[in-house]
Design a protein around this ligand. Structure first.
Ligand code: NI
Ligand code: MN
Length: 226
């Protein structure tokens, strides 16, 4: 078995494991950097970290078209149902559920979560994905927080924001990597727009300098085996 990851720009990723297609934070049609449109994306499971448009924009149309189950907090799942999404699987901070491909746990994030129409989106979150051959921590939009160390159990991969301004930036991400101690780290939530522009190569050099974690700066649209 193998797990693959494809970055679709910003915080949107496709992760495929054991034949299950997981889509994270779908933001494609209005994203300035997405390599494809929402109509061209398939999914069995859609994970949504919080209610901001740059994480949920295309969730409803993709879920309705594909029949994918949406996993997010209670408030966001209720909102998705009202928009016509048939399958949701709500999960609040600290909770774990079983997906067809493994377990997923909702983790802490320090951020905000208002939905695109102004509806309160509950607490923002991240996910710990326990796939058959990979343990992946998805930080979501968040500041650095010391309890990240609670998630530092045999992580094969951590996906963390480095854009600064709305989330932690490159400097705090280095401390996050120390706390999480993952084998590899993928940066996201940067270079989508000028206010979150970052030098990913310089960031990767700093990650390498500080220790054993391997930075993986993904090219948008290309599939990587993990
Ligand atoms: Ni956000
Ligand atoms: Mn965001």
């Amino acid at each position: 078995m193998s797990t693959t990851i494809t970055w679709l720009g910003h915080s949107c990723f496709q992760i495929e494991a054991a034949g299950t297609r997981i889509l994270l934070d779908p933001f494609l049609d209005d994203s300035p950097v997405a390599p494809r449109k929402s109509k061209d994306v398939s999914a069995d499971v859609i994970l949504i970290t919080h209610g901001h448009f740059d994480h949920i924009a295309d969730a409803v149309k993709i879920a309705i078209r594909t029949g994918a189950v949406c996993v997010s907090n209670f408030e966001i799942c209720a909102w998705l149902s009202k928009q016509g999404v048939k399958h949701t699987d709500p999960i609040n901070t600290g909770g774990t559920i079983l997906l067809p491909v493994g377990k997923v746990k909702s983790t802490i994030a320090f951020h905000s979560s208002t939905l695109p129409d102004g509806t309160p989106g509950g607490h923002p979150g991240g996910f710990l994905l326990m796939l058959p051959d990979a343990r992946i921590y998805i930080a979501g939009d968040t500041a650095l927080f010391s309890d990240m160390k609670l998630y530092a159990v045999d992580l094969d991969l951590a996906i963390i924001p480095i854009g600064d301004r709305y989330t932690m930036g490159p400097d705090d991400s280095l401390e996050a990597i120390r706390l999480l101690n993952p084998k590899r780290v993928v940066p996201c939530h940067y270079n989508t727009w000028p206010p979150i522009a970052q030098d990913a190569a310089a960031w990767a050099a700093s990650v390498r300098e500080q220790g054993k974690c391997e930075p993986m700066v993904l090219s948008i649209g290309s599939l990587t085996r993990i």
